[in-house]
Write a new protein. Structure first.
Length: 336
């Protein structure tokens, strides 16, 4: 007789993961749905670690994971969503079947906002490779409405998901520019950056659609963050190349203390000025003004934005960060 069948489901799950016997994971997860809350949480922690190490393994048992998105325990739902974010980021093909379940969590107004935020993030990562699976009118509407939430964590993730949709298929947002424009002046720098990036991506495919956002994008040329200024300049350059006409670029747009930020914004300001002069056939820097270039520079830009500044301030809320403290802002609670 197989002794593993008599072992507790959590123990069976751990053994199956360690042995890479992924075919047995589904059975263990099914049994765990009736186990204690602590066992369910521990099981999802094991899967979260597996998602980091071998995300493609989830292809074998993903249907057994998604039911935990509706678990009675909020912590279990959040752990499930976090695991699916890790899978979607590294192996979007493996996470694609979870799109309907993730979309339901996003749409549930009674759901814990962190669960909604992580669900949006996972949907965004899938959208990079499978926009058709994610960018339905209903999901886009939920992402758009979510930008009005009070919780910064939710808005960041939803703005990031919209960015991913635009990077996966810019045409999906070409008729929603006016909605993005409404939030380009959000207090959170990441929300502004992600939405400016989404608009730049849309501009690579349909530059004329950015006409509704010209004033809002021009205002971002005076943004306090250089990466937001740079991305706004790139979007405006695409619009200028399509429609012609010059854009007033304030001298302060190039002010920055970071070498990476200085290069980022300078390349895009050159692109904007060349496009406004009618000489935008060639980008001043390789990739600027192209969808591939936007995709390739976004992760590094976000990493720069979220790193503490030289004065030890949180990049999100500006509070002074205690020296030697964990990498978590004591005010807004966001990792840095």
């Amino acid at each position: 007789m197989d002794d593993t069948r008599r072992a507790p489901p959590l123990e069976r799950l751990i053994e199956s993961v360690e042995d890479r016997a992924y075919g047995k994971v589904s059975d263990s997860l099914g049994a765990l749905r009736a186990a204690s809350a602590e066992d369910r949480k521990q099981a999802l922690r094991e899967l979260r670690d597996l998602a980091d190490d071998r995300p493609t393994a989830f292809e074998s048992f993903l249907p057994a994971v998604t039911p935990f998105l509706t678990d009675d325990e909020r912590a279990v739902r959040l752990l499930t969503a976090k695991a699916l974010v890790a899978v979607a980021e590294a192996a979007p093909d493996a996470a694609a079947p979870a799109v309907p379940a993730l979309a339901e969590r996003l749409a549930d107004e009674d759901e814990f906002y962190f669960v909604r935020a992580r669900s949006a993030e996972a949907l965004g990562y899938v959208a990079l490779e499978h926009p058709d699976a994610v960018a339905s009118p209903a999901v886009l509407a939920d992402l758009r409405v979510g930008l009005s939430f009070d919780e910064p964590e939710v808005k960041r993730k939803l703005a990031k998901a919209l960015e991913c949709v635009a990077l996966g298929d810019p045409g999906r947002l070409r008729h929603r520019v006016s909605t993005l424009v409404e939030h380009l002046d959000d207090r959170d720098v990441l929300v502004r950056y992600h939405l400016c990036t989404a608009m730049a991506a849309v501009g690579c495919d349909a530059p004329d659609s950015l006409g509704a956002g010209r004033s809002a994008l021009s205002a971002r040329l005076a943004d306090e963050n250089a990466f937001v200024r740079g991305r706004a300049a790139e979007a405006l350059g695409l619009l200028a190349r399509e429609r012609g006409g010059s854009v007033t670029v304030p001298d302060s747009v190039l002010d920055t203390e970071s070498d990476a930020a200085a290069e980022f914004v300078a390349e895009r300001v050159r692109f904007l000025r060349a496009s406004g002069d009618g000489d935008g056939s060639d980008s001043p820097a390789d990739g600027v003004g192209t969808l591939a270039g936007v995709r390739n520079t976004t992760a590094d830009a976000v990493a720069e934005i979220t790193s503490p500044d030289a004065d030890g301030e949180c990049p999100h809320c500006g509070v002074d960060l205690p020296e030697g403290a964990p990498p978590m802002c004591p005010s807004c609670g966001v990792p840095h």
